[in-house]
Design a protein around this ligand. Structure first.
Ligand code: GTP
Ligand code: MG
Length: 320
């Protein structure tokens, strides 16, 4: 939760009222309308405008010059997946300042890729970046693993770490794991990543495994769809903000469902519709092939061609 009394004209009483109305942090206020805030007792139109403007500044919302964007993009770095083939179709690896989605059926390797990413973050030759950025990334980098399905396995992390000659316990120390039992907890944990960063942790990787499972069980039926999508949209916006502001790699995993109208094209699609589709910069579809082989297909990427890559999942982890 942010300290709302940092906002102009907001004392402890108004801060309390804002929080009661659900405006618990700067981002929620920054994206509110003046009309919404004036619904709260004691906030005039003029005051609302000032509060929103200040919140937007605190959240870095607003116009940036083209040069600023260029500078920000120069800080982009990449995290290897462990498979050169897979890195190649992603344009070099998992990219910071964006969200990469891995969708696929059970056992297709989504959770394994997420585990491997946590390990690779501790491996200097799996960080692809200019020297100065690499130094920043490698300054005790931390991964955050928001686990909604209870499938995070420290034993597997140790196994993957040792395969790379790393100390398993050291790698585990640098992963913050949070088990989310419902979508509210999931969103709260994602918001709390900023607190970890403010406490001085160099969070460089954020994983949501899985993005949609809690939403799927809580919002059942057509009547709940709009509400679900709105909430999912806010969650994705939060993740995009983390990625941008703190130069993090963000990975979300997603399940697939049969496409009822699949006369043409693929017979399965990722959950979450356009909301998830537009918020993720890189979308990968995973499917099982023979034995330990998996096929990854990149699709719908704004600046990369659709492409396929083959990788394997073995005791060592993810590799070609
Ligand atoms: P859901 O979460 O159920 O939707 O699936 P997922 O896509 O997350 O699958 P996950 O990443 O958990 O992949 C599981 C598969 O990885 C297993 O079926 C195995 O084939 C493989 N796997 C997992 N752990 C090991 C391991 O220690 N050794 C080997 N050889 N393979 C493993
Ligand atoms: Mg999984």
């Amino acid at each position: 939760m942010d300290d709302l009394t940092q906002l102009p004209g907001v004392g402890p009483t108004t801060a309390e009222k804002l929080k009661e109305a659900g405006y618990t942090d700067f981002m929620k206020i920054a994206t509110a309308s003046i009309g919404e805030l004036t619904d709260i007792e004691g906030i005039s139109e003029k005051a609302a405008a000032k509060i929103i403007e200040a919140a937007r500044k605190l959240c870095n919302l607003g116009f940036k010059s083209g040069n600023e964007i260029l500078t920000q993009r120069k800080n982009i770095w990449k995290l290897s997946t462990g498979s050169k083939n897979l890195d190649e179709i992603l344009g070099g690896g998992l990219e910071s300042q964006s969200i990469t989605e891995f969708a696929g059926m059970f056992g297709s390797g989504k959770t394994q890729i997420a585990h491997q990413a946590c390990v690779n973050l501790q491996c200097p030759d799996r960080i692809i970046a200019d020297d100065s950025i690499k130094e920043e990334v490698l300054n005790e980098p931390k991964a955050v693993y928001i686990d909604t399905e209870g499938t995070f396995r420290p034993e597997r992390i140790i196994q993957m770490a040792e395969a790379l000659g790393l100390d398993g316990q050291d790698v585990l120390k640098n992963i913050f794991v949070a088990r989310a039992y419902n979508s509210d907890m999931q969103m709260l944990y994602a918001e709390n990543v900023e607190n970890l960063i403010r406490e001085g942790h160099n969070v460089k990787l954020v994983i949501i495994d899985s993005l949609t499972s809690t939403f799927r069980t809580e919002y059942v039926g057509r009547g709940k769809l709009a509400e679900r999508q709105q909430k999912l949209g806010r969650h994705m916006a939060m993740l995009n903000k983390l990625a941008d502001l703190y130069n993090c790699v963000v990975i979300v995993t997603n399940q697939v469902a049969a496409r009822p109208d699949a006369l043409f094209g693929p017979s399965e699609q990722a959950i979450g519709g356009h909301i998830v589709g537009h918020a993720a910069t890189f979308r990968i579809f995973l499917r099982k092939a023979k034995g330990d082989k998996r096929v990854a297909k990149l699709y719908d990427s704004p600046h990369l061609p659709d492409a396929e890559a083959m990788f394997r999942i073995t005791e060592k982890g993810i590799h070609d």
